[in-house]
Design a protein around this ligand. Structure first.
Ligand code: GDP
Ligand code: FO1
Ligand code: CA
Length: 319
């Protein structure tokens, strides 16, 4: 079976680990009889210290490749921050972004390849040669797209990069709007539309519906291609709250209630065929969408694999 997943960072990566497990895709069986193509969000990307940083692509690559900091959910395991401290000693800004020493190596490879003219998709493929994530990881676009957040405080009304809003302000500055700068002119990266067209099913993991999945769907042509497929999503909202992170602040910014039902309605029945909600949200009905409830906490590998299996089974049933 050919499966396409539209993934953000932590929620997407953990779901993918469960999906690989339930399909039997591992180091010893790289194919497992099925293939997974991941279309990764690049709206979170930012250029700092002359380096292009791609948090969601790297989170997927490190998580599936065994290099992730498990407790944090992003960045490298066994990380140190000497470079960060040295940059701070030079007074280099921003100091709110923590780039670790091991992670810096990834970014030097990416910067060097990009300076030599390679597109992000080719760079990602090269980085994955080391990490062997067991999936094909393609950025949503090779074009520069950056999510910015319109905020207003004592410094006035302005747009700041999503990372500044998320990390520096912990999403606590009320967002008036969330804008994908450059997304309207972006083209899907090579292989994105082809993978969707050839997919048997498309799965939306419990990723941030606004800045992760929303950014990917915002690349011209992607939403239409995905909507033509059997699509099953997993709710990132359980009992009216994001399990981790501040996705509620993103939903509020676009006028969507923080609930499993409202997120499905936001995706819409033209896109979604099936929707998994947690047991606490059982009874959430969405017109035109098959809603099923089951435990959705990705608390351990077994629970996560069961969630992925349920999404896959529902997709096959609805095909
Ligand atoms: P990010 O890019 O690192 O923020 O990660 P994603 O966009 O892929 O996913 C973030 C979302 O994952 C959060 O908004 C949470 O709502 C969701 N999430 C995290 N852990 C769980 C979990 O165990 N179960 C479910 N259903 N959602 C989760
Ligand atoms: N998140 C933080 O909260 N603080 C950081 O200093 C930070 C650094 C960082 C470096 C590399 C990387 O790949 C991710 C990093 N993240 C950090 C996570 C990331 O900014 C966010 O979780 C996502 O972009 C939000 O979806
Ligand atoms: Ca993200």
């Amino acid at each position: 079976m050919r499966i396409v997943v539209l993934a953000g960072g932590i929620g997407g990566a953990r779901f993918l680990r469960g999906l690989k497990a339930t399909l039997g895709i591992g180091a010893e069986d790289p194919q497992g009889g099925s293939s997974i193509t991941v279309i990764g969000n690049t709206g979170d990307d930012i250029t700092l210290f002359g380096l292009r940083i791609c948090p969601d692509l790297d989170t997927v690559m490190y998580t599936l490749g065994g290099g992730i900091n498990e407790s944090q959910g992003w960045g490298r395991a066994d990380e140190t921050f000497t470079v960060r401290a040295e940059l701070a000693a030079y007074g280099m800004e921003p100091q709110w972004f923590g780039l670790g020493d091991r992670d810096v190596a990834t970014h030097i490879v990416r910067a060097q390849m990009m300076a030599a003219g390679y597109p992000l998709s080719a760079v990602t493929e090269a980085l994955c040669d080391r990490w062997r994530p067991g999936v094909r990881l393609i950025p949503m676009t090779d074009d520069r797209v950056e999510t910015h957040v319109v905020v207003e405080d004592e410094q006035g009304r302005r747009a700041i990069h999503f990372q500044e809003w998320w990390i520096r302000h912990r999403a606590a500055l009320p967002a008036e709007a969330i804008v994908g700068v450059g997304v309207e002119e972006a083209k899907p990266a090579p292989g994105v539309l082809e993978a969707v067209a050839e997919a048997d099913v498309v799965l939306l993991p419990p990723s941030n519906p606004v800045v992760s999945v929303g950014s990917i769907l915002g690349v011209p042509g992607v939403r239409e291609a995905v909507a033509a497929k059997t699509v099953v999503g997993v709710s990132p909202i359980i009992g009216g709250a994001p399990v981790r992170g501040m996705a509620d602040a993103c939903l509020s910014a676009i006028g969507v209630e923080t609930s499993a039902r409202a997120v499905a309605e936001h995706y819409g029945s033209e896109l979604l065929d099936g929707w998994l909600v947690d047991e606490t949200d059982a009874g959430a009905a969405v017109a035109g969408v098959e809603v099923r409830s089951r435990p959705l906490y990705m608390s351990d590998p077994e629970a996560t694999a069961a969630i992925a299996r349920a999404a896959l089974d529902l997709a096959v049933e609805l095909k």
